[in-house]
Design a protein around this ligand. Structure first.
Ligand SMILES: *Cc1c(COP(=O)(O)O)cnc(C)c1O
Length: 502
């Protein structure tokens, strides 16, 4: 399998090269040049496998430049039972007439772990395969969740180092503690005196700094990013659509070959795009239902074919979906136009320069054939958390609750009775204050760990130990810097590593 850029000016390259580069040289995203087929026979066999074996089977179809042993080793390291607290890794759980695909049993209790536990292992192998000497330095600016998930994934992975910058006053107390207590010899966590924008702009400047790149290169390091446009983040996500389908067949919710719909709480369009790949590979998916919060650019796009980011970003109780530019949509546009790279490049230019673009009716119709879009307000999500808890004893986080609301609206307006899986992207304890308030608990003035304990007492659900434990862990990272000092912070830290140990 080879990979080319959505903007037509890069590739074809191997999977290892695509993953090592992250973004293509022409600014586009790498996409596979074909669709591996998974027919009913293989699906049937996958039904008998555990999650790790299912993952290896799917990932091997895309990482064809990796040996099967290499794929197996990466998967075993990523989804091992010290890392995931559920034997099925990504279980499907029934509540009322819904099924929830729980993607939050990893080390940081949210769905980013599904990809960020695997990507570092693949990246480390990719360096060997491409005969690149030296290592990769990952730079991340985070508003909370991605930074911690990336730190956990890269911790002590050979030939990688990771530097995370977070806004000093822009993350929650638990998120901050999760990061400053991070273990690992190859990690560096620094607070930036400013907000998330400052941290993000600072990291962008570091990526564009040629002197910095040259200095690092002399020491054997190349810069890379772990954000969700990297192909290595997408491919692990295709797996859980197959796995969920196999589980639905096994529990008798659907016959092998019959369709299932998925409802996906969406921000950057990465999670739901993996579902599109699964469908194109032959998985019997009916509709992919794209659920947004009040930042409903994608709802409008799916309904009208017009993408318009010219609106204010709203802060909602589902912060991981507070996004106005959904980067991975570019890959969908490439595929639904039959690979029309010049056209995709033009829409992306319009988005950058004018803030909007309009696709023609035929393209909008192709999108609507597969996707349905809806959105939910914070109030609707809050009511859904309470209602589902009262009726079914199932506790949803605010992102999952947005998906639940949109699922209800879809069923109501379409009359479609296809079995439906709601993708659950975070543990309710990760967003404990919002969830506790939805259940009517008084939390004003209480510290986060008290709220965590109160939510656990009220529901009888155990709080994930990795969240509660950070309160008592030793601080390992106390650095603070201004935006204009981030470069020095990186160099000072990297200066300790004058050469790479292979
Ligand atoms: C990142 C994230 C999402 C959105 O996923 P995308 O791939 O950006 O669409 C949804 N829920 C949670 C909890 C997340 O962390």
């Amino acid at each position: 399998m080879r990979y080319v850029s959505t903007r037509g000016q890069a590739g074809p390259v191997t999977a290892a090269a695509a993953i090592m580069q992250g973004l293509a040289e022409d600014g586009g995203l790498f996409v596979p040049t074909g669709w591996p087929r998974v027919g009913p026979a293989l699906l049937h066999v996958m039904g008998q496998m555990n999650y790790q074996a299912r993952a290896a089977a799917i990932i091997a179809l895309y990482l064809t430049d990796f040996s099967l042993d290499e794929v197996h080793d990466c998967v075993a390291a990523a989804y091992d039972d010290d890392k995931f607290d559920h034997p099925h890794v990504a279980p499907v759980v029934a509540a009322g007439d819904c099924h929830f695909l729980e993607l939050w049993h990893g080390p940081t209790c949210a769905f980013k772990d599904m990809a960020l536990q695997l990507l570092p292992h693949i990246l480390s192998r990719a360096l060997q395969k491409e005969h690149v000497a030296g290592g990769v330095l990952i730079l991340v600016a985070t508003s909370g969740d991605t930074g911690k998930a990336a730190l956990e994934g890269f911790e002590d992975v050979p030939r990688t180092r990771i530097a995370v910058f977070y806004p000093q006053h822009g993350v929650s107390e638990i998120q901050r503690l999760q990061m400053v207590t991070q273990d690992g010899e190859n990690v560096c966590v620094t607070a930036v005196d400013g907000n998330f924008d400052d941290a993000q702009r600072g990291v962008k400047e570091l990526f564009q700094d040629r002197d910095l790149a040259a200095m690092l290169a002399r020491r054997g390091w190349r810069l890379s990013s772990a954000n969700s446009i990297n192909w290595g983040r997408l491919v692990p996500q295709v797996v859980y659509y197959f796995s969920a389908y196999c589980d639905m067949v096994q529990r008798g919710a659907v016959a092998l070959g019959e369709p299932v719909n998925f409802v996906v709480p969406t921000g950057n369009f990465g999670d739901i795009l993996a579902g599109y790949y699964a469908k194109r590979m032959g998985l019997p998916i009916g509709r992919l239902i794209c659920a947004s919060n009040a930042n409903n650019v994608l709802t409008d796009f799916i309904r009208t074919g017009r993408y318009d980011r010219r609106r204010d970003l709203q802060r909602t109780t589902s912060p991981s979906m507070d996004i106005l530019v959904s980067s991975n949509l570019e890959r969908l546009l490439y595929h639904v136009t039959g690979g029309d790279a010049p056209q995709v490049a033009q829409w992306m230019r319009q988005l950058r320069e004018e803030g909007c673009y309009q696709v023609p009716p035929a393209v909008a119709a192709a999108v609507q054939q597969v996707f349905w879009g809806g959105w939910a307000s914070d109030a609707a999500a809050r009511d859904a958390i309470r209602l589902v808890w009262q009726r079914h004893g199932y506790l949803m986080d605010p992102h999952t609750a947005v998906a639940y609301c949109v699922a209800e609206e879809y069923r109501h307006t379409s009359g479609d009775r296809t079995p439906l899986v709601i993708v659950s992207t975070a543990s309710p304890f990760k967003f404990n204050r919002t969830v506790a308030a939805a259940l009517g608990l008084a939390t004003a003035g209480q510290g986060e760990f008290d709220v965590l304990a109160a939510l656990s007492r009220c529901t009888g659900w155990a709080a994930p130990p990795q969240l509660a434990a950070v309160r008592d862990m030793p601080y390992r990272h106390d650095g603070v810097c201004r935006r204009d000092e981030m470069r020095d912070a990186v160099l000072a830290w990297m200066g300790e590593y004058t050469k790479i140990e292979n």
